[in-house]
Design a protein around this ligand. Structure first.
Ligand code: GAP
Length: 511
């Protein structure tokens, strides 16, 4: 069986081979941590966005959407705290001239201890076979306990140092742990410095009159600054939400793991405005609702877990991540944060405008509290793509590569295949396409033997193939082949649309 690293490499090369993801400006050797979505990728991405949008906006009468600009008044970022505090601690290696995130170097070191613990567990599993009780082993084995305690102690110390902004302490920790540059092996480090992650740009024609702007590092602030516009024009009553999807930009230092951490990426965020004091109720509601949204796609319950933050940012009073089991382990996919009234209050202060809601039931005005759900569209894409890509050994011993994308998200819903390129079969296939194309993204494929075409569509993630053969001319029936089961059904041509429709009903998927 392929290990996780091999599986991840396979996902990356498959994504390119089948037109899902290309490196940005590849002919110029690419741009690090920036990616382009190809002809299949753009469809999958649009479908994920739509699946999220419908679940948020169409399924909740008290949630509406907006599309705010990427460029915003620069004071926005002062108020939000991004100018002063959206930093990563950086360290350079003097010998290799490579730059790293100091906290990631420490995390990677801690992860090595976790790997040692995992090795012990794997060894014991092999030794004891079916009699192995993993829970008992991990809670009693001295080596596993020691590795895990050491790991936790290191992470706790680093979190404390970062919170106290003790950068010299972070460097001392790196030296104490003997962490070496992963490239050169050198331990010759510079001091740790803070580095702001926002991309700056200029507005205006001449250098003298130009204003410094930032590319937004999150979409959320576009929602906060429009809170009153939407509340008033939409006559929204608390509790209500504003949803938005769009590009965000971060000058990530450690940009790696393909589209997991990008410099230009897309977020799907929703700010839910509530009465002060009711935020914890809504926080729990959104935790449950968002997990259910993920589970509705059928990628496997075991692939998700919550990671509740023990220490929360200064503006939050509760925060959790929904983590997903990516090929490189469980990592953050979505954040759910109870952000108090921090953002609206800060914008009130910096803009001098009141951002309050008059609550008729309470007969008073207040700055609402906010519960935020924030998910990276590209990360969701990676979660889906990496879980869906499977190698399946068939009864005859051959292996087929199949991309089991949830049908509702599949870029192409059906491929229409004439068995042969003559006898009027291509014309019938084109007629079928002309009928289906109004409701579904369908494609025509006539190249190669039909078996090879099936495999090609399996690997591309197309849930259905519709084959037109000579019998079609006699009785107007076609073969409908299912990607996942490989079952073939003879059905009347007139029922094809209904079959596809049934498999991609939002009502079925979202409930
Ligand atoms: N408004 C809150 C916010 O932006 P965040 O945890 O910084 O919170 C939210 O980001 C989500 O955006 C993350 O859970 C992740 O899915 C996605 N995300 C953040 N940085 C990213 C990056 N560099 N590349 C891809 N996705 C990213």
């Amino acid at each position: 069986m392929a290990n996780n690293e091999d599986q991840f490499k396979k996902v990356i090369s498959h994504a390119k081979e089948y037109g899902y993801i290309f490196g940005s400006s590849e002919i110029y050797d690419g741009l690090s941590a920036v990616y382009d979505y190809g002809q299949q990728g753009v469809e999958l991405k649009n479908n994920i966005r739509e699946y999220w949008w419908r679940s948020m906006v169409y399924m909740h009468q008290n949630i509406v959407g907006i599309d705010a600009a990427i460029l915003m008044h620069p004071t926005t970022w002062k108020a939000s705290g991004h100018v002063d505090a959206f930093n990563d601690p950086l360290i350079d290696n003097k010998d290799s001239k490579k730059r790293y995130r100091a906290d990631v170097l420490v995390e990677d070191h801690a992860e090595k201890l976790e790997n040692k613990a995992k090795k012990e567990i794997a060894k014991a599993k092999k030794r004891f076979g079916d009699a192995f009780d993993e829970e008992q082993f991990v809670t009693t084995n001295p080596r596993v306990l020691k590795y895990r305690a050491e790991k936790q102690e290191i992470l706790d110390r680093m979190a404390r140092l970062l919170e106290e902004e003790d950068l010299a302490g972070v460097k001392a920790l790196i030296e104490e742990l003997g962490i070496a540059d992963p490239v050169s092996g050198s331990r010759n480090w510079t001091e740790v410095r803070q580095f702001n992650l926002m991309f700056g740009t200029k507005l205006g024609a001449s250098a003298e009159s130009a204003t410094d702007l930032y590319l937004r590092p999150e979409t959320a602030q576009g929602i906060f600054v429009n809170f009153l516009n939407v509340q008033k024009t939409g006559r929204m009553k608390i509790p209500f939400g504003i949803a938005q999807t769009g590009k965000a930009f971060r000058n990530e230092i450690v940009a790696r793991q393909f589209i997991f951490r990008m410099r230009e990426f897309e977020q799907m965020e929703m700010q839910f405005f509530v009465r002060p004091g009711e935020e914890m109720k809504w926080y729990e509601y959104w935790k449950e609702t968002r997990l259910n949204w993920h589970l509705s796609l059928g990628l496997g319950e075991e692939n998700y877990r919550f990671h509740d933050h023990e220490k929360v940012a200064h503006y939050a009073n509760a925060a959790t991540d929904i983590e997903f089991n990516f090929p490189f382990g469980f990592k953050e996919l979505e954040g759910i944060h109870s952000r108090t009234d921090f953002d609206l209050k800060a914008h009130e202060e910096y803009s001098g405008k009141k951002l309050q809601f008059f609550d008729p039931e309470m007969n008073e005005s207040y700055v609402p509290y906010v519960v935020e759900t924030s998910i990276g569209l590209d990360r969701m894409f990676l979660a889906i793509l990496s879980t869906s890509l499977q190698d399946e050994t068939l009864e005859d011993g051959s292996v087929r590569t199949v991309l089991r994308l949830p049908a509702i998200l599949a870029p192409v819903k059906a491929a229409v295949l004439p068995l042969v390129k003559k006898d009027g079969l291509p014309e019938i296939a084109h007629d079928i396409i002309d009928d289906l194309k109004w409701d579904f993204n369908v494609i025509y494929d006539e190249k190669d033997a039909v078996g090879r075409r099936y495999r090609r569509q399996d690997a591309a993630g197309t849930p259905f193939c519709i084959t037109v053969d000579h019998q079609t001319k006699e009785d107007q029936t076609v073969t409908l082949r299912n990607r996942d089961t490989m079952e073939q059904q003879r059905i009347p041509m007139s029922e094809v649309a209904k079959h596809i429709q049934n498999s991609i009903s939002y009502k079925e998927w979202l409930t």
